[in-house]
Design a protein around this ligand. Structure first.
Ligand code: KIV
Length: 257
């Protein structure tokens, strides 16, 4: 059955939400069978395009991958990231959110919170486009990786940010790299689902970058569990192919016209 925002909201306190990223058709088709939410994350910058960070992803890139993913999902909710520099002010944000929403036909967009942009988030929500929030380690605004919420004052700041995101109208919030105590407090404090990435089991759902959890990206911080090592599996296939070509065992009679 097709997921919608209401169904996602209703799952809070019932069962954990299963979320992953996808950037292309083959992944979308597989993930659709297992995930409540598929995110076309701007992590594609590093995972797919080999960029250093997510600071320079274009809106056209997000739309291209968003179209590919959304058109191959039947059940899962599709969320597309608003890339950095696509929501500089209310007018700019509304224009770009509409562009992403209309072109990709996604169910919602995700906006990283910088502790100030609540009016922008609210304006997108008020324009009729559902928004997923994102707090903690927000890669668009950081240069160096750092776990968030360990100091008392940071924990208080994150709780405040979660509340303000909720007030701005987001339907769920990604908590990225937030320590367990703070993540638990946020999850208990707000009514909407929290989706953790490196934010402990005390979240209403979990998300990972699919390329990381499949062992494809080469990026394995502590919060990533490699559920399979696709890198090795691909190498085995490519090595076998190389040997077969060099020995003229491929193409065989079965493969010729
Ligand atoms: O860009 C991304 O993939 C994200 C994560 C939450 C996984 O924002």
């Amino acid at each position: 059955m097709k997921k919608n925002i209401l169904k996602i909201l209703n799952l809070k306190n019932k069962r954990p939400l299963v979320c992953l990223t996808a950037y292309s058709k083959p992944f979308a088709k597989i993930l659709d069978k297992y995930c409540d939410i598929v995110l076309v994350g701007d992590s594609l910058a590093t995972a797919m395009y080999g960029m250093k960070n997510t600071h320079n992803v274009s809106i056209e890139t997000m739309i291209r991958h968003g179209v590919s993913v959304k058109s191959n999902l039947r059940k899962a909710l599709c969320i597309v990231d608003m890339p950095a520099n696509s929501y500089k002010n209310i007018k700019h944000a509304k224009k770009n959110a509409k562009l992403i929403f209309n072109k990709t036909k996604c169910d919602a967009v995700k906006v990283e919170c910088n502790g100030k942009n609540y009016n922008i988030i609210k304006a997108i929500v008020d324009s009729g486009i559902p928004v997923m929030g994102h707090i903690g380690y927000t890669p668009q605004y950081f240069k160096k990786f750092k776990v968030q919420g360990t100091l008392e004052k940071d924990s208080t700041r994150l709780l405040e940010q979660a509340k303000k995101n909720q007030e701005a109208g987001v339907f769920s919030i990604v908590l990225e790299c937030i320590n367990e105590t703070t993540a638990k407090k946020i999850t208990n404090l707000i009514k909407i689902p929290t989706i953790g990435i490196g934010a402990s089991v005390y979240c209403d759902g979990q998300i990972l970058v699919t390329d990381d959890m499949l062992g494809l990206s080469g990026f394995y911080p502590k919060f990533v569990k490699k559920f399979v090592n696709l890198n090795n599996i691909i190498e085995i296939g490519v090595e076998k192919y190389k040997k077969a070509v060099l020995k003229r065992n491929f193409p065989s009679n079965k493969n010729k016209y």
